[in-house]
Design a protein. Sequence first.
Length: 168
Amino acid sequence: MGFLKDIVEGFANGIIQSTGNGFRPSPALGNTGNRIEACCAQLGWDIDERLSNGGLVLHFRDPVVNPRKLLITVGDNGKLAMFSVFSAVEMEPRNISAEVMGHLLLRNKEAIFPAWQVMDNGNGNATFAVTYCALVQGLDAGVFKVICETMCKEVHEFDAKLRQAGML
């Protein structure tokens, strides 16, 4: 069992250390951000927060974590938008069970477009997030809605399972 634990811990630490993969938020969303804002307007969704780095945050109702926050940043080339929804769970990397990692890997295999990541929260703990990069030019209100709602649902289900297991 120690061998499996070492593999899982090494995997989690490797993922945490490998974040920061060159995706830098744009200081200003500019015209590409206007497309995202237009999608929100067409859907009747408010932009709940505007971050200093140009990112936008949308709030969604969620019975486990309310509000469920979805972060959207546009890369500095203006062509890609990164969508991120974070789980409420934080833990030391060595405490991430093989069952949790297996669940995330299985969900990545089954997911249509978003993928789970394990990241360092800046305090040495691991946090979990579903992320997706989309071409800004290809976004319309319908695609935007599917991306946002699918990601929020995925993280809600993960948090609900971890709450049921007493981890949240």
